[in-house]
Design a protein around this ligand. Structure first.
Ligand SMILES: [Zn+2]
Length: 321
């Protein structure tokens, strides 16, 4: 039992018997240093609808609020006229956090009506002595792991890309805490006071709207740099990007689910919104691409990673010459 309990803080594949393949969840860690469920584990649980009893006992509020919040956000988005829809989706990618006064300006009267943000002051998980830090890639608050004398600060989504810092909370206690880079993508970030005047998107919105949106915007920028014509969210939420280059058209839906098999389950019984629709998954899920293709290919979907789509666009451009 003690060994099992220790195992809960390590990769899941070490907990499983040797003859059970861990596949896509092999590297997942269930509990953090404080014994709390890791966010990725929670996302997986929500996507898999893990048998209720376990959640109800410990995390029912999180489960219910995440589902309700996601549904609410999509209902708000769906009610918008097509032009506003694309604008709002863009703002949800670019402005994941910020000062109230600035957010009011960029949202131009829509901020209070849409109700997407929460005050960072209410979130102790991202604070060091009353300050918080925005991820340099997605600008959402980074998580603080308070273990030992030196704390770790990392973006839940971008730690795998190297957005990891350390922070000594006791050092220079009369000034704002400073982060030391500890990962390849840890560019300098400044501490921001966690006051009620600083807001960030609710976690569910960041997780299921902003993260795929970042992937979509990255693909858009790359396609445009190749000379492609790109329309974002051309028919609201039917699909995400329409890319035209050298007489060819790519219709793309970007998905950033924690579980690729669950994404496959969700898609395998529905026809593509457009013939030949391409489902793009993040590069870090490249090992699951073939599996997903097998699950949903019969329906007419094609599955590519972000890099795979860019490679196709690049060779499409080369053929055009
Ligand atoms: Zn991030």
């Amino acid at each position: 039992m003690a060994e099992f309990r220790r195992g809960l803080a390590g990769p899941v594949r070490l907990l499983l018997p040797g003859d059970i393949p861990a596949d896509e969840v092999g590297d997942l860690v269930l509990l953090d240093e404080a014994g709390q469920l890791h966010d990725e584990a929670l996302d997986l649980g929500l996507e898999h609808l893990v048998p209720r009893a376990a959640w109800d006992e410990h995390w029912s509020w999180a489960r219910v609020s995440a589902e309700q919040e996601e549904r609410r956000v999509y209902e708000v988005l769906r009610r918008l006229p097509p032009k506003e829809y694309a604008k709002v989706r863009g703002l949800l990618v670019r402005h994941t956090s910020g000062e109230l006064i600035r957010l009011r300006r960029v949202w131009d009267g829509m901020l209070s009506q849409l109700d997407f943000y929460e005050p960072v002051s209410a979130w102790s998980w991202c604070q060091v002595r009353g300050y918080w830090f925005a991820c340099p890639l997605c600008r959402w608050p980074m998580r603080v792991n308070r273990a030992g004398a030196v704390w770790e600060v990392r973006c839940e989504a971008h730690a795998r890309d190297g957005v990891i810092y350390t922070c000594n909370p006791d050092r220079a206690a009369d000034r704002a805490p400073r982060l030391q880079p500890a990962g390849a993508a840890a560019t300098p970030v400044r501490a921001t006071p966690a006051t009620a005047e600083h807001l960030a998107l609710a976690r569910t919105t960041w997780r299921y709207v902003t993260l795929p949106g970042l992937l979509e915007c990255g693909l858009r920028d790359h396609a445009r740099s190749l000379g492609a014509r790109v329309t974002m969210w051309p028919h609201k939420d039917r699909y995400d990007l329409k890319i035209s280059l050298g007489g060819r058209v790519w219709k793309v839906d970007a998905k950033a689910w924690a579980s690729v098999t669950k994404l496959g389950d969700a898609l395998k019984d529905t026809d593509p919104a457009e013939p030949g629709l391409i489902i793009v998954i993040p590069d870090h899920q490249r090992n699951s691409r073939e599996l997903l293709q097998k699950m949903i290919g019969r329906r007419g979907y094609r599955v590519l990673t972000g890099s795979g789509l860019i490679a196709e666009l690049t060779s499409g451009k080369a053929a055009q010459r």
